[in-house]
Each structure stands twice: as C-alpha cells, then as structure tokens.
Ligand binder design. Structure first.
Ligand SMILES: C[S@@+](CC[C@H](N)C(=O)[O-])C[C@H]1O[C@@H](n2cnc3c(N)ncnc32)[C@H](O)[C@@H]1O
Length: 299
C-alpha cells in the first residue's frame, strides 16, 4: 500500500538567539532640589533675577539704591558683620566687600543663595532661611550670639508678610545703636495697580496718578512683563508709609534719616520730554530709611 507521502517532519525553527534583555541602568535618584524656606521666596525667578543683577546690580541698584544704602549704613571696615536680610543673589554683600566690609546674607530661595555663593569673595557668607524668624535661622546655624553692626533690607520688605517679626528679629540681632537700613519702592508713589503716569493736556504736565494709598494690598506681580507665556508671579505687599514707620517703632528701631530717590533715567524724545524729565526729578521711585536699634530692644 502506497503510503501517503509523509510530510516532512517539521523541525522546530531555531529561534534567533536573543540578546540578553537590556535593562535600563538603575535610575540614580536625582537629589531633590532644596525647598524654599518661605512661600514668597524668589525660586522660579532666581535665574532671571541673577542674570539681571549680575555682579554689580541693575542700573537702579548700582546707580541709586546701593549707594544710598551704603551711605545710610555708615559702616566702616574692621567692625563686625552687616546682616543682609532677604539678600537675593548677594548684590549688597559684594558692594560692601569692595569696601572691605564683611556680611552675612539670608534668603529663602536656595537657588539665589547658590548664586550668591558662586559670586562671593571671601568677605560674604550666605544662609538659606526665612527672615521672618531670624533668631531661629541664626541659632540653627550656630550664630545665636552674633550681634551685627548694621542690617539692611534692600527691595524686599514688600515681599515679606508679616513684616513685624522681620523687624523685631533685626532689632534683636543688632548691637545697641546699630543701624537698620530699609530700601523699598516708594510706598506713597508706587503702588501696584493703584498708581501710574498721566498727561495733563491743559497744563502740559506729566502727573502721578494715585487710585489708592491707605488700603494695604497683596498683589501678584508678573516677573517678566514683556515675556509671552511666562506665568511666574511674585506676591507684593503694599503698605502705607505709616505702617513702615510704626512697625520700626514697635520693633525698637528709631528712624533717624530718610532719602527719597528719583530716577536717574532721562532722555525721552519728543514734545513732552522736558515735562517728563521734570516729573522724573519730582517724584521719587524709592524710599530709603535709616533706623537705629534702641538699647531696650535687647531686654
Ligand atoms: C526683590 S528681591 C531683592 C533681593 C536683594 N535684596 C536685592 O536687592 O537684589 C526679594 C527677595 O526676598 C526674598 N524673600 C521673600 N520672602 C522671604 C522670606 N520670608 N525670607 C527670606 N527671604 C525672602 C526673595 O527670595 C528675594 O530674593
């Protein structure tokens, strides 16, 4: 009997040799970025702010603010250190160091403190911390007993809320009679969303318009107003002048001097330029207060 031709036996196909499974290298856990020490820290803004300030500060800092702060601090080399409260990327400390003065800067933004350390010479030191608890920050870093010859809060009081513990912490950390200098956007003329320039056609004058002053405000401010798709905001706290003076007094800081700084920027073109220059000379952009620590604030 014919046999049905038999199918050739199927031989199992040799499987192509498989390369041993390539496992991804074990993930190296990225070190978590250090957390800001306070919700108002300029962490999202740190890179932009560091670039903008550079080593010597933007033109307002280098031309107006820092010279006034240094005048009113009235410190000389060889005394103790200056406490730079909410120091950002350390622009004041560098200016003081150029005069031979040592400083300690404290800021809530780890990224700005890293920038300050990168830019620092030998006279500046920096700590991450919330300046609403200066005694705690200093004690936590073994500096509870240090008394500073002077302190400054440069363009940062409007970022701090509440303000009272910042000022009382400063007063406690100063030598008796030590100065505290506060530089801020002028609270009577620059009020977020409540002030601006106007033009009076009849008198041919530029005027400052105020739509509010006495009411305290907390206003989110765009960090880079010109940049599309930038959503970073900082919170700015407006307070009237009396709030600053009364907070100083309550903290044991007696105000002894003030400077009101007008813009150095000029050179607008056109028919209104003389009036615009006059307004720039008439309305100060910044207020710088100097106070001294009264002796009894240590008791
Ligand atoms: C406008 S910047 C000024 C920085 C610096 N003084 C200067 O003149 O360039 C405000 C600073 O306040 C800091 N800041 C906000 N809240 C803070 C807080 N509670 N404690 C410490 N620093 C704070 C921000 O991180 C930021 O660096």
């Amino acid at each position: 009997m014919a046999e049905f031709p038999r199918r050739p036996e199927r031989r199992p196909r040799a499987k192509p040799a498989r390369a041993p499974a390539q496992r991804p290298p074990p993930a190296v856990a990225a070190a978590p970025a250090p957390a800001p020490a306070a919700p108002t820290a300029w962490q999202d803004q740190a890179q932009w702010y560091d670039r903008r300030q550079g080593d010597g500060g933007d033109d307002f800092h280098s031309t107006l603010i820092l010279p006034a702060v240094r005048r009113l601090l009235a410190v000389t080399p060889g005394g103790g250190r200056v406490l730079d409260v909410a120091c950002g990327q350390g622009v004041l400390g560098r200016a003081l160091a150029a005069d031979g003065i040592a400083s300690l800067g404290v800021d809530a933004s780890p990224e700005l403190i890293a920038a300050a350390r990168r830019r620092a010479g030998g006279r500046e030191h920096h700590l991450v911390g919330d300046v609403r608890d200066l005694p705690g920050v200093l004690a936590g870093n073994g500096l509870a007993d240090e008394r500073f010859v002077a302190a400054a809060v440069v363009m940062a009081l409007a970022d701090l809320d509440p303000m009272a513990p910042v000022l009382s912490g400063i007063a406690r950390s100063l030598v008796p009679g030590g100065r505290c200098v506060l530089a801020l956007s002028h609270p009577a003329f620059r009020i977020p969303r409540r002030s601006g320039w106007g033009w009076d056609d009849v008198q041919g004058m530029q005027y400052r318009r105020l739509d509010g002053y006495l009411s305290p405000l907390a206003v989110p401010i765009r960090t880079h107003p010109g940049v599309v798709d930038d959503h970073s905001r900082t919170l700015s706290f407006h307070r009237p002048l009396s709030a600053y003076l009364n907070a100083c007094g309550a903290a044991g800081l007696g105000v002894i001097a003030a400077e009101e700084l007008c813009s150095h920027r000029r050179g607008t073109k056109g028919a209104r330029s003389a009036a615009e220059d006059r307004a720039a000379r008439e309305f100060p952009l910044f207020l710088v207060l100097a106070a001294v620590a009264l002796e009894d604030c240590h008791s």
